[in-house]
Design a protein. Structure first.
Length: 410
């Protein structure tokens, strides 16, 4: 298995190099990765402070770990924080975030690269957020007896760790000094393969969304667009989502305001979203105090989580594609949420919200139209679902404090 793992890393890297002249994401994965590591090396030459290293796969994992990073920074002011990313979407959008003293891409997971990187950083503690298991980096950290912790981890029976051929990946889990998981089923799965240093802390995303609702950023242009009217918000929309939403939006775009945040905000993908709309939509970057439009497209990054404060109910995209996106940002503001029904076992909050009455999964356009019409027209249903959503977030918060108690102890 080790041979296959190393071969897969080699081929992945080779493919990125070959594709880089023709593909922007591949180019970033190769050139920006190398440049960021070189820049980090230069910065560390003058650093005299001990370092705590957080690793996030991408933007979502960074936001998930942010409450812990902020508390670590406050609790250990003598330390500097390094945040690494694997994905360009994380690095590009959070490389200048004030919580991090240093940011970088994670090097390719070869033994040589991992040993050189860990030696250069010389971290005193390492925290991996939710996903991302890179054998050589984890082994190197473990060999140097550096405390290594996983937070907000989530496991299902489908993961390779629990397959007969998953021995190498089970070994990766053993490199962690402690693993904090989101739920009891994850804990049971780990204990079933002999991983005993595990405990249930919950999901730090609940703490993150509570931070957002406590002090939401005002969106003056959104307020102008809404002009006091109720809003239906579509978060992280893909064309597959628009296929089930188009009928409802086109029927009601004159009755309510609609805000659509595409998952990808380049012109080509925004145009695909617009193709499903009967009425003219205005893009946020072209907004000029008009109030007679009924559909606003957020062709920007970073606005969506605060925009939910203006909504009455929401649809969250992604379930018909690469996976459901973050429903908690909307739920925290008390918005009942509708979403697709594919792959929900990877997102336990979506199933729990359905059971409690704050979330609604759909498969077809007819189903989407039916539940969205009810949320629009039945005030009692909407209010009850809204109260359920707020209570759900309040009950689930507190994961950060559990993790911090452990980090203080080590």
């Amino acid at each position: 298995m080790m041979l296959l793992y190393n071969l897969s890393i080699f081929l992945y890297r080779l493919l990125a190099i070959v594709a880089s002249p023709f593909n922007t994401k591949a180019k970033k994965a190769v050139e920006d990765r190398k440049a960021s590591i070189q820049a980090l090396q230069t910065k560390l030459e003058n650093n005299q402070s001990p370092i705590i290293w957080f690793h996030a796969a991408s933007l979502g994992e960074f936001e998930q770990g942010l409450p812990v990073m902020e508390q670590v920074k406050a609790a250990f002011p003598e330390y500097k924080l390094l945040v690494t990313f694997f994905s360009p979407s994380g690095f590009d959008h959070r490389k200048n975030h004030p919580v991090a003293d240093f940011t970088s891409y994670l090097p390719w997971d070869t033994g040589k690269s991992a040993r050189a990187f860990v030696k250069m950083v010389n971290p005193k503690k390492v925290v991996f957020i939710k996903y991302e298991y890179w054998y050589h980096h984890l082994k190197t950290i473990n060999n140097l007896s550096i405390p290594l912790v996983s937070i907000s981890a989530l496991f299902t029976e489908k993961h390779i760790f629990f397959k007969p051929y998953g021995g190498l990946h089970r070994q990766m889990l053993r490199f962690f000094e402690h693993t904090f998981v989101q739920n009891e089923s994850s804990e049971a799965l780990l204990q079933g393969i002999g991983i005993k240093n595990v405990s249930v802390s919950g999901d730090t995303r609940f703490d993150r969304v509570q931070q957002t609702i406590a002090n939401p950023a005002k969106q003056s242009q959104v307020e102008t667009f809404l002009a006091g009217k109720p809003a239906f918000i579509v978060g992280s929309a893909w064309p597959e989502d628009m296929e089930v939403l188009a009928a409802f939006i086109n029927e009601h775009s004159n009755d309510i305001k609609v805000i659509i945040a595409p998952h990808l905000v380049d012109d080509a993908h925004v145009a695909k979203i617009e193709d499903y709309l009967k009425d003219q939509a205005i893009r946020y970057t072209e907004f000029d105090n008009f109030t007679n439009e009924h559909i606003l497209i957020l062709n920007t990054i970073g606005m969506l989580s605060n925009t939910y404060q203006y909504g009455s109910f929401a649809y969250i995209g992604g379930a018909f594609g690469d996976g459901l996106h973050n429903v908690l940002e909307a739920v925290a503001f008390g918005l009942p949420v509708v979403y697709g029904n594919k792959g929900l076992e990877k997102f336990p909050e979506s199933i729990e919200l359905q059971e409690k009455g704050g979330g609604f999964s759909i498969e077809t356009a007819d189903q989407a139209q039916a539940i969205l019409n009810r949320l629009l027209n039945e005030k009692e249903l909407r209010n009850t679902a809204s109260a359920t959503c707020k209570q759900y977030v309040n009950e689930k918060a507190g994961s950060t404090n559990i993790i911090m108690d452990y980090l203080r102890a080590i």
